[in-house]
Design a protein around this ligand. Structure first.
Ligand SMILES: Cc1ncc(C[n+]2csc(CCOP(=O)(O)OP(=O)(O)O)c2C)c(N)n1
Ligand code: SF4
Length: 317
């Protein structure tokens, strides 16, 4: 069944379909038509995140490509309530929502904060860290397109070494990215996971898991960005898969201290743990056009060291 709402098609009902091992809600909370670029992985990931929470959610979002996706009042492309918050205060806004719901005795709603890498690795980290330290009961999703993309691609704490951006135009960024999932795990929160928009069912399952955990839950989602990274709009999923096959992204979760590989990372680990060379991923993207051999080797060593650590944590090597 469907009906028209504010010029957008809105689907009704919560029919459940069995897809692989995942029970997926057919109801759409990301409505057809939004202002993201063609091939945007954020649209794909957000669609599955909202499905996983099945309407029982209040979202808070700082300035980012996601606010563009949500749209400007009175038009919206999402069917969930949302509080827009200043750039630095996503964790604080989520804390306020949790406190407010408690005050009015409202149960069963998940508070979901969603911010980009600029809004998480850099500008929003103190509010997020404070909320995590207070064990605030919410899910924080950092969607990571590895730059400040809404304002035209400036480098962030997540931009890779050697990648060009609006603020690293010729030589590329000279520093390695932060490991935000490791930073959040160091807060001793009950659930930390990584995900990739190219593996939406894995993301969906992780949000479903996080939904039932009490306390601060953090999910770091990899978001290939065609215009920012310089690849074709049609290659988003392929780039997302290459990231996992080369180990640039490792898919895992840490649930109450227990580490577990998931999806394609789990398959690679079980098949002997051999990753494709990082070069296969880098050569596909215009942003790495000026990367040096030395920088590529440094990135490869970084990937190897993290992969080795993950294999060790999974008890594989
Ligand atoms: C305090 C403040 N500084 C700067 C801006 C301008 N601004 C809006 S969106 C944005 C980029 C956000 O980057 P990120 O969090 O990585 O999300 P993305 O745009 O990549 O989705 C910036 C700098 C702002 N809105 N508020
Ligand atoms: S700039 Fe990148 S993340 Fe932002 S809407 Fe476009 S494709 Fe999506």
């Amino acid at each position: 069944m469907s009906s028209i709402l504010n010029g957008y098609v809105r689907f009704k009902g919560t029919v459940m379909t069995k897809v692989s091992a995942v029970t997926l809600s057919e109801k759409e909370y990301l409505l057809p038509g939004n202002r993201t670029c063609p091939g945007c992985a954020l649209s794909l990931a957000y669609r599955y995140i909202l499905k996983a929470l099945d309407g029982q959610v209040i979202v808070t979002v700082p300035a980012s490509c996601l606010t563009v996706l949500h749209g400007m009042y009175p038009i919206t492309s999402v069917d969930v309530p949302c509080v827009n918050t200043p750039f630095a205060s996503t964790g604080a806004a989520a804390s306020g929502l949790v406190a407010g719901l408690k005050m009015v005795g409202r149960k069963g709603l998940t508070v979901l904060a969603v911010a980009g890498d600029g809004g998480t690795f850099d500008i929003g980290i103190q509010a997020l860290s404070g909320a995590a330290e207070r064990r605030t009961d919410f899910i924080y999703v950092c969607y990571d397109n590895e730059g400040y993309m809404n304002t035209g691609n400036q480098r962030s704490g997540s931009t890779p070494l050697g990648a060009t951006s609006g603020t690293t135009p010729v030589l590329g960024k000279q520093q390695r990215p932060k490991d935000i999932a490791a930073i959040m795990e160091a807060h001793n929160i009950p659930y930390v996971a990584t995900a990739d928009a190219a593996y939406p069912l894995d993301l969906y399952e992780k949000v479903r898991t996080a939904k039932d955990v009490v306390g601060t839950r953090f999910i770091h989602v990899f978001i290939p960005c065609p215009p920012g990274w310089g690849f074709a709009f049609s290659d988003t999923v392929r780039i997302g898969q290459l990231a996992v096959e080369t180990g640039w992204v490792v898919l895992y979760e840490v649930n109450n201290g227990v580490f577990r590989f998931t999806a394609a990372s789990e398959s690679i680990a079980r098949r002997g743990g051999k990753l494709r060379p990082l070069r296969d991923y880098v050569v596909e993207q215009g942003r790495f056009k000026n990367i040096t051999e030395q920088q590529l080797n440094e990135l490869q060593e970084w990937v190897n060291a993290r992969w080795k650590l993950c294999l060790k944590r999974a008890g594989i090597q």
